[in-house]
Write a protein that binds this ligand. Structure first.
Ligand code: SF4
Length: 236
């Protein structure tokens, strides 16, 4: 039986970032990731030190939980992580879509899966230099191939500094057909500490001023709405 490693399932809440910002969503956060980004805000779904908190669930059990949280009213289910692309979500997507639910997946684009083509939205979020990771653009292209013409595919990049910004411009040149969403990075990722709204606002303003000064008008620049509302609290 297909067992899924799940760090948490929560919602309904709103999607806090990217193309589906503000959309009512239930999140299925998967356990495990092939990256170790220096500023990761979801280490409880990445670091195997948290493995004891992850549940091995059947597709049916995950679906039962999503269905209960949403009261059986179809909405968007976001597969996030960790890296959901490590696992097989094809059966869950088929089960949910048969009842009218929509599925989005956010992944860094380091692993391509056939079920990408069944999604409604695929958010590819390649990680800039400040993450400490290196993007394999061939694998990223394989993710686009796997999606084919199925889902809406967008690219989302987190920007922490000038180097990230320059890197994002090069990434946009590499994939000009992908709608691009930029967001300022949040370096305050400790779930037990409050975030400073002024710092978040300052970082957003810095990024807005960068793109407008450069006349770079193709990306949309957005805050992380959930961080503004709830800080780094888990499960909201
Ligand atoms: Fe965290 Fe995402 Fe980086 Fe994985 S890819 S370590 S989940 S930020």
């Amino acid at each position: 039986m297909n067992r899924l490693r799940i760090a948490e399932i929560f919602g309904p809440t709103i999607q806090g970032e990217g193309a589906l910002i503000g959309e009512p969503t239930v999140f299925v956060r998967t356990g495990g990731c092939d990256y170790r980004c220096s500023w990761c805000d979801s280490m409880h779904a990445v670091d195997t030190a948290f493995r004891h908190e992850w549940a091995a669930m059947s597709t049916d059990a995950v679906w039962t939980r999503v269905h209960a949280l949403s009261g059986g009213r179809p909405l968007t289910v976001s597969l996030s992580g960790g890296n959901p692309a490590i696992q097989d979500f094809g059966p869950l997507i088929a089960q949910g879509q048969a009842e009218g639910y929509r599925f989005a997946c956010e992944t860094q684009g380091s692993i391509a899966k056939p079920w990408f083509g069944d999604l409604d939205t695929l958010v590819l979020s390649p990680k800039p230099p400040s993450s400490g990771e290196t993007v394999d653009w061939n694998t990223f292209a394989a993710c686009l191939d796997a999606a084919q013409t199925g889902p809406k595919v967008v690219m989302k990049i987190v920007i922490f500094d000038e180097a990230d910004y320059g890197w994002a411009r090069a990434a946009a040149d590499r994939h000009p057909a992908l709608p691009l969403y930029l967001q300022p990075g949040n370096a305050e990722v400790d779930p037990d500490l409050p975030v400073d709204p002024q710092t978040l606002s300052d970082r957003l303003l810095w990024l807005v001023e960068k793109v407008t000064a450069d006349g770079w008008f193709s990306p949309r620049v957005l805050p992380q709405l959930h961080v503004l509302l709830w800080g780094n609290k888990r499960g909201v």
